[in-house]
Ligand binder design. Structure first.
Ligand SMILES: Nc1ncnc2c1ncn2[C@@H]1O[C@H](COP(=O)(O)OP(=O)(O)O)[C@@H](O)[C@H]1O
Ligand SMILES: [Mg+2]
Length: 463
């Protein structure tokens, strides 16, 4: 595909080397194409030279050494003469404006120039638009050729970009099979991986995915920040990349026919359209259940978040059941409802997976490794601690949690969530430890560090 020769010539002649993207503010048509446009542009560029020249001439003519020719948006062009020099002003000066120490004048010559200069810009723009319209008319016969050329270049651009990424990031060619499956070895999330390398130099933990007719639905549990959302999105991204003809961020990838990727992710209000978070969540989930097929990939990220626990859990289990029994799509179902880990026991094509985490003391380390089986617990309190939650709140939560857990195991007795934790049980970090943990030494000036030290000492129990 080559552009028709006369078309290329036309464009070269008519357009600036780097034309503006929009004709609205000009800067599109080349110099030398149109004498009138050149002249109008010339007036704008020669404006400064003319004013300097006029100033020199007027100084000579009047003998006023400090006379100045200037412009402002409100009053236009003017010649400014200070109070002491006013008796030298010639007859053809017309008063424009009076200031405290000076008068501003205009002359017929300057007025003529002003009219020309102010309208020049406007007329240049109008002229340029008119020339542009004309160019479009002249290009009419070449539109089909130009369209084909633009499409070919766009495809080439996309393919080059994907090829470059594939080579640079060590991606692999996916294999396509007839039998339904999604099998990914050492899959990675390309954006999170790049971001990690850039920010901390940490390496991304690759994970496998094996879905087939007998294992279609993964119930994914694990702590917040454990990597559930990342894992689910990476699977969707890999399927998407493979489907558009790209290599994928994995060491191996086998895919059966996939007809769609459906996702229910994140909680964003659409208040302008009168949809609450929960309404939006349910609307999206309903659409997915209506349109997904056994060849679809479905991502459900923490469905049921937007309502009360029992409501949410009930809906989440209903949706999981529907996906498993009726839709029969490949589904990744991340959930914070621990109860859903019971689901695979009664649903043969479902399996429990969890993102692993290790406890170290009262804290937690995320391993981001996907492993079979349900998560052992949800680590909410540990994550809150990492986030810098005040020690008193953590203490309270720990106490309430054990009460809830005990309450759930012994009959359903009432648990008083708002009772203060008994003093003796306040096992968490002491006030000094908590305050110490809040300090970031690198962010302190020597003076602030000293103040912090005094503040810590004041927190010590009085003996
Ligand atoms: N496989 C991984 N390897 C390395 N870091 C990861 C991985 N998965 C997630 N992370 C890190 O953990 C953060 C939280 O992950 P996310 O998927 O949002 O967790 P979750 O959905 O379980 O709360 C990510 O922003 C990323 O920095
Ligand atoms: Mg998440």
């Amino acid at each position: 595909l080559t552009p028709p020769t006369n078309c290329a010539e036309l464009l070269q002649m008519a357009l600036l080397e780097e034309p503006a993207a929009l004709v609205r503010d000009g800067g599109v048509i080349a110099d030398g194409l149109d004498a009138e446009l050149d002249e109008l542009r010339g007036i704008q560029t020669n404006c400064d030279a003319f004013l300097l020249d006029l100033e020199t001439r007027e100084k000579e003519r009047t003998g006023i050494a400090n006379l100045r020719v200037q412009f402002n948006k409100v009053h236009g062009f003017y010649i400014e003469v200070t109070q002491g020099q006013l008796d030298k002003v010639p007859d053809d000066y017309r008063r424009r404006q009076t200031l405290k120490n000076a008068e501003r004048f205009i002359t017929p010559e300057l007025k003529t120039f002003e009219d020309k200069a102010l309208s020049a810009q406007e007329r240049a723009l109008a002229r340029e638009k008119w020339l542009y319209e004309g160019l479009l008319d002249q290009l009419q016969p070449f539109v089909p050729a130009l369209t084909a050329l633009a499409q070919a270049m766009a495809s080439l651009d996309v393919l080059c970009a994907l090829t470059e990424r594939s080579l640079t990031l060590n991606w692999c060619a996916p294999e396509f099979t007839k039998e339904p499956c999604i099998e990914i070895r050492q899959g990675r999330h390309p954006v999170v991986e790049a971001r990690l390398a850039e920010m901390s130099g940490a390496s991304f933990i690759a994970n496998d995915t094996v879905l087939g007719p007998r294992q279609r639905l993964q119930i994914i549990t694990g702590p917040n920040m454990g990597g559930k959302s990342t894992y689910m999105r990476q699977v969707a991204l890999i399927v998407l990349l493979a489907s558009i003809g790209s290599h994928v961020p994995a060491s191996r990838c086998r895919l059966g026919p996939i007809d769609a990727i459906h996702t229910r992710i994140g909680a964003a209000d659409d208040l302008a359209n009168a949809q609450s978070t929960f309404m939006l969540e349910m609307t999206e989930a309903a659409q997915i259940l209506h349109s997904a097929t056994p060849h679809s990939l479905v991502l459900m990220d923490e469905i049921g978040r937007g309502t009360s626990t029992f409501d949410g859990l009930a809906l989440a289990s209903g949706i999981a059941t529907h996906l498993h029994n009726k839709t029969q799509a490949f589904a990744l179902f991340a959930t914070h409802y621990f109860e859903l880990t019971e689901f695979p026991a009664t649903h043969t094509a479902a399996v429990n997976m969890h993102v692993s985490a290790a406890e170290s003391g009262a804290s937690i380390v995320f391993l981001h490794e996907l492993q079979p089986g349900p998560a052992s617990k949800s680590y909410g309190v540990q994550v809150a601690r990492l986030a810098g939650m005040p020690a008193a709140v953590l203490n309270h939560a720990r106490h309430a949690l054990s009460a809830l857990e005990a309450g759930a195991s012994e009959s359903r007795q009432q648990v008083d969530l708002f009772a203060a934790p008994p003093e003796a049980e306040a096992a968490g970090p002491s006030p000094v430890e908590a305050a110490l943990a809040q300090i970031n030494p690198d962010a302190l000036s020597p003076r602030e560090a000293l103040d912090a030290l005094y503040a810590l000492q004041r927190l010590l129990p009085k003996s």
